[in-house]
Every structure is written in C-alpha cells, then in structure tokens.
Ligand binder design. Structure first.
Ligand code: NDP
Ligand code: MG
Length: 393
C-alpha cells in the first residue's frame, strides 16, 4: 500500500504555496503531490507541474486554460479551469490533506467542499474562518475533519497545546510584529506610501497579507481565526506587539503557567508541522541563536491608531455575518490601496463605514455569507468612486 500522504495545494504559486512545495520536495518518500492550483500565473503553474508531476492542476483564469493544457498534456497532467474546479479537485480519492494557500474569500467554497469530502485541512487561508468560522468548524466537527493551522501564531498555539488538549485555556496571546508602521501616529500614517507598506520588517509574504500586516488588519483577522480554531471567547484572546517575531504566540493555562513557541521567522516550519502532525521531521532550517537577539521586547498594541484591530474585535462581538462584512470591505479596500486609488488610512475608514452600514445577519447559513459578502463589496466599492467594478470579483 502507498503510505505517502496525498496533498492538494490550493494556491501553489503564492508565497505559502511555493514554500509548501519546498517542504514537500524535501521529503519525496512522505508526500505525494496530487493537485496544484493557481489563479492567473500560468507560467509558474506549468513549471511547478512539470517538476512535481501532480495528477491535476487548476488554473482559475479561463483565458489561460488552453496554454496550460497544451503545455501539460504530454506530461500526463490533467488541466481544469475556473473557480468551480477548485471544489472538485479537493474531492479526489488520492487527496488526504488540502493545504488552503489561496488568498481571501475565494478560499471558503473549496475549503467547505474539502471538509465535506472528509479531507484533512492545513489552513493558511485565514479568511475562510474569518468569514464563516462557525459554519466551517461545525462542518469539520460533523465530518470528523481536523483543521491544522499554518498561520505562524496559530501553529504556535497549536504546538503549545500538544499534550494539553484536555486542559482548559485561560487566555492566549497572539504576537504581532507591529509591521512597518509600528509606533507611528495617525498624523504620520496620513502620508505613508504603498512602497513603504509593502516592506514588512520580518516576513516576505503575498501583497494582500503584507498590507494587512501594516494596517494591523492581519492581527484582527488572526484574532477571529483563533476564536474559531481554539473555541475561545473574545476576552480570552489578547494581542501583544513583539517586534522581533521570535516568540510566535503564547498560551496561558488555568494554573497560570504560560507556554510559548519560539524560532526564527520562517513559514516553512508551520507549513511542515501542519502537514506532518503529530510528527516532527528533521530540517536544516537555520537555528535561533540567543546571542543574535539579546533582547526580546513586548509592547501594547495601539488599537486607537490602528483601528482595524478594534474593528475586528467589534465584528467578533457582533457575531453573525459581521466578520464576513468586515473581511469583504477589507478585500476591496486593500485592492484599491494596492492600485493606489486610496490612501493608507482610507482602508480602516472604508472597513468601519461598511461594518456600520451593512446589515449583520444572525445565525447565518452559507447563502447568507455569500449575500453579505456581495453586498459589503458593493458598498465598500461605492466608497471608492473609480473602483466600483472591483465589487464584481
Ligand atoms: P499570495 O498572494 O502570495 O498567493 C495567493 C495564491 O492564491 C496564489 O497561488 C494565487 O494565484 C492564488 N489566488 C489568488 N486569488 C485567487 C482566487 N480568487 N481564486 C483562486 N486562487 C487565487 O498569498 P500568500 O501565500 O501570502 O497567502 C495565502 C494565504 O495564506 C492568505 O490567506 C494569507 O493570509 C495566509 N497566510 C500567509 C502567510 C505568508 O507568509 N505569506 C502567513 C500566514 C498566513 P496566482 O499566483 O496565479 O495569482
Ligand atoms: Mg500570522
């Protein structure tokens, strides 16, 4: 019997996806790559498919289908295209674990399809849990599916909990680097540029999460992600700014004991742990040296200057579709900022106005999320007159 673990990577051409392929390439006898997908980067998808020989690939952008198909047919790789195909390829019998490394709301539908097909989830796509955490975790429970976190903070919490799952969590602390604008005042934030926002001090990531890190929305999304992954209440989740990004997060138990997970910032480690849990495989990643970091420092998060973090807490308390609305607004606002249509501070302003304006539906089902996402995108885009076409994404 083939004992290799069948893996599907949704979003293989991105920052997480390419690092996941490095992890998989390092253990050829452990993993069997079944599926790779990209949105529009056909060239890289083709290159990856020729190198890794998956059973199938999906290219989201239908105009690139012929190109990918032509390039891969002689390599015995089947090519599919379009968003719907993502939800089909995760169901293949040979797939054991689906790594959701695509960005944004687009991850929700294929993740639900993978859960319904009883596949293990290695979850990088935090937006899925932000948008519909109650639905996704309920379906995972009902289908006996494990969701292993890839996000470094959540992987840290998870690693601290191994051997402790029967013990109650009193509180968790998610660490935040503070991003490129740590310590800035609102006045200073008025004039920051796209290029500055794209320069993260410690992590090299995709454009959307890099902007989210600069605006602290990433930490807000992670607070909501943590709520669902670890079944916590709002007041059990705290954020602490830790500029060195060495302590990846902490758990405090009911006896007051705190456990932290540490290491150099490198996403390959949490990606690998999500794919190999409960085992740890030997790596040659650079090791942490205390003498390089004589001081690890911690600061309070500035929730009044970085309003997005506060908005995320508010959305979490509102429950229902509030976080879905906030996420949709943020996806529109970040895209507009990346196209230099709005200023940095406009992001939080668009998010706040959209959260205030859109109706929050309580006890939502899947269709309610789809509708809330659609309406929130429309409203957020209406605040950016030149970008109303963005809401059609
Ligand atoms: P990237 O932008 O680097 O990559 C995104 C991937 O998803 C690419 O393969 C892209 O294809 C594909 N994609 C983009 N839009 C769509 C769509 N609408 N439908 C289907 N596929 C799509 O993102 P990251 O790798 O940085 O992030 C991925 C996820 O992981 C995010 O949710 C992020 O929050 C999370 N994460 C990332 C971390 C990091 O270090 N990068 C750390 C922790 C979490 P194409 O290349 O063709 O555009
Ligand atoms: Mg993170």
């Amino acid at each position: 019997m083939d004992s290799k673990k069948g893996i599907a990577i949704l979003g293989s051409t991105g920052s997480i996806g390419t690092q996941a392929l490095e992890v998989i390439a390092a253990y050829p006898d452990k993993f069997d790559l079944q599926v790779l997908t990209a949105h529009s980067n056909a060239d890289l998808l083709i290159k990856q498919a020729i190198e890794f020989k998956p059973h199938a690939v999906v290219i989201g952008d239908e105009t690139q289908y012929e190109k990918v198909k032509q390039a891969l047919w002689e390599h015995d790789v089947i090519t599919y295209c379009g968003q719907e195909a993502l939800s089909q390829v995760v169901e293949f019998n040979e797939v054991h674990t689906v790594l959701t490394a695509l960005v944004g709301y687009a991850g929700l539908k294929p993740t639900l399809a993978a859960i319904r097909a009883k596949k293990t989830i290695a979850l990088a796509n935090k937006e899925t849990l932000v948008v519909a955490g109650e639905l996704v975790t309920r379906e995972a429970r009902e289908n006996g599916v494990n969701i292993y976190p890839v996000d470094s903070e959540h992987s840290a919490i998870f690693q601290c909990l191994v051997g402790e799952f029967h013990n109650k969590i009193e509180k968790i602390y998610l660490t935040a680097s503070g991003g490129p604008f740590r310590g800035y005042t609102t006045e200073q934030l008025k004039t920051v540029t796209l290029a500055q926002a794209l320069k993260h001090p410690n992590w090299d990531m995709g454009a959307k999460i890099t902007i989210d890190s600069a605006s602290m929305m990433n930490k807000g999304l992670e607070v909501i992600e943590a709520k669902w992954l670890f079944n916590l209440k709002t007041d059990q989740i705290d954020v602490i700014v830790h500029p060195q990004s060495i302590v990846h997060s902490l758990v405090q138990f009911e006896d007051g004991s705190m456990k932290a997970q540490m290491g150099l910032p490198d996403m390959k480690l949490p990606i690998q742990f999500a794919l190999t849990y409960p085992d740890r495989y030997k790596t040659n990643f650079p090791r942490f040296n205390f003498m390089d970091y004589p001081q690890l420092t911690f600061e309070k998060a500035d929730r009044s200057t970085f309003k997005n973090l506060d908005l995320a807490y508010r959305a979490m308390e509102m429950e229902g579709t509030a976080a879905c609305i906030l996420n949709a607004a943020n996806e529109i606002a970040v895209e507009a900022f990346l196209k230099e249509k709005i200023s940095f501070l406009d992001i939080a302003s668009i998010n706040e106005q959209t959260l205030n304006h859109c109706q929050c539906i309580q006890k939502p089902e899947y269709e309610d999320f789809v509708e809330s996402d659609r309406l929130a995108r429309l409203f957020a885009a209406s605040l950016i007159p030149t970008m109303q076409d963005l809401s059609k994404n």
